[in-house]
Write a protein that binds this ligand. Structure first.
Ligand SMILES: C[S@@+](CC[C@H](N)C(=O)[O-])C[C@H]1O[C@@H](n2cnc3c(N)ncnc32)[C@H](O)[C@@H]1O
Length: 375
């Protein structure tokens, strides 16, 4: 039985921060909370809610395609003002700074997260290998200083970067932005329509909204248009344009199109919009099919290995090794898989390949040590 008092306190905190959580996660969290009931204070409960129920998973250069796109467009303007909503421990903010510095763009970037704990960590800017696992050796050496087992962002990439703790919905801003990152954050927001509208208002004309690869919110398409080259990036549509072209969502378009008394020209306009919307959706879906490749698949592999679903992990890894034969993580996970299966000699071969492809991953060396004496 879940403690009613705790459940009420947690749901009050969730509604104060206008966050939404699925029932199963909430139940599991409440059960865990009950076991430390005697040490809980209201402040501690709030910290635990924000830290545990708004998953802060992030890593450097997540969705690489976005950063490649930014590399191309940043030189087109002299100054960029950027907001990263749900910036977690700062990985996204520093990744932006690294790319902007590389192409010589002037910028100011603000990272905002509802979890004060994560914002403190972002300010420190030192990360475990896990956060930089998709970077190659050159990137690791250029962007970080190794301090013990941590990778600390070099001072060059910390200038023009600020972090603030707060809820996006209740934070007021005294300026407009050229780019807003809102990747994997709308899922936690109770009223995403409101959040999308607020982002629209906070963006400059033609400003860019960056969502996570694989995220799709129909409301976004009502006031933003996806950029064909990089479909998780959306451009703000001018208000005038919205009013005249009646940029509508699919159900609204259907409703209007069925209304036979409408003048023909207007109906044709709506059909055009419907076609345009369909075409845009196709672009997004196609790109997602192509792009949902290495990173998401590796995350599935990680999940399978953690949960000892070895057959599923193997199926994924066989495909990945075919498509990405030079990515060290594929060989590392193949090594872990073979170790789980008890094939230590094969595991050792795979891990040696992984270490050859990336000698900075300490975990690979630790795993190799475990295979000592086998072959
Ligand atoms: C999964 S992380 C995403 C991190 C990063 N944007 C990325 O894509 O790698 C989601 C983050 O959003 C934050 N968050 C959730 N709701 C928020 C809100 N209303 N305002 C600000 N941050 C929020 C969480 O605390 C968490 O750190």
């Amino acid at each position: 039985m879940v403690n009613e008092n705790l459940a009420t306190q947690v749901s009050r905190i969730l509604s104060k921060h206008r966050l939404k959580i699925n029932d199963r996660t909430l139940k599991r969290f409440l059960t865990a909370l009950e076991s430390i009931n005697d040490v809980l204070t209201p402040e501690l409960i709030e910290i635990l809610v924000l830290d545990n129920l708004t998953i802060g998973e992030s890593y450097f250069f997540r969705d690489r395609k976005v950063y490649n796109f930014l590399r191309k467009i940043l030189p087109s303007k002299s100054d960029w003002t950027v907001l990263s909503i749900g910036c977690s421990r700062g990985e996204e903010v520093y990744s932006f700074s690294m790319v902007a510095k590389e192409v010589g763009a002037n910028f100011e970037i603000t990272g905002l997260d509802v979890s004060p704990q994560r914002i403190e960590e972002a300010k420190v800017g030192c990360y475990k290998f896990w956060s930089v696992r998709f970077l190659d050796e050159n990137e690791l050496e250029s962007f970080f200083n190794k301090v013990g087992d941590k990778f600390c962002v070099k001072s060059d990439y910390r200038t023009n970067v600020t972090f603030t703790a707060g809820n996006f919905l209740s934070t007021s801003f005294d300026k407009k932005f050229d780019i807003i990152f809102a990747r994997r954050v709308l899922l936690y927001v109770e009223n995403e329509g409101l959040a999308i509208k607020k982002m629209y208002d906070l963006l400059q004309d033609e400003g860019l909204l960056v969502l996570g690869l694989g995220e799709y919110f129909p409301q976004v398409l009502e006031i933003f248009e996806p950029i064909a080259e990089c479909p998780c990036v959306y451009r703000k549509i001018q208000r005038k344009e919205i009013a005249t072209t009646a940029y509508k969502n699919v159900s609204e378009i259907r409703k209007t199109a069925d209304f036979t008394a409408k003048p023909r020209a207007e109906n044709a306009n709506v059909k055009d919009e419907s076609k345009k919307l369909k075409a845009q959706k196709e672009v997004i879906t196609k790109t997602l099919e192509r792009e949902l490749n290495l990173e998401p698949a590796l995350r599935v592999v990680e999940h399978c290995l953690e949960n000892k679903k070895l057959i599923e992990a193997e199926n994924f890894l066989r495909k990945l090794v075919h498509n990405f034969p030079t990515h060290y993580l594929v060989w590392k996970y193949l090594g872990i898989l073979e170790m789980e299966k008890g094939n230590v000699r094969i595991a050792k071969e795979y891990l040696k390949k992984a270490a050859f492809l990336n000698h900075l991953d300490d975990e690979i060396w630790q795993l190799l040590r475990l295979t000592k004496g086998n072959g």
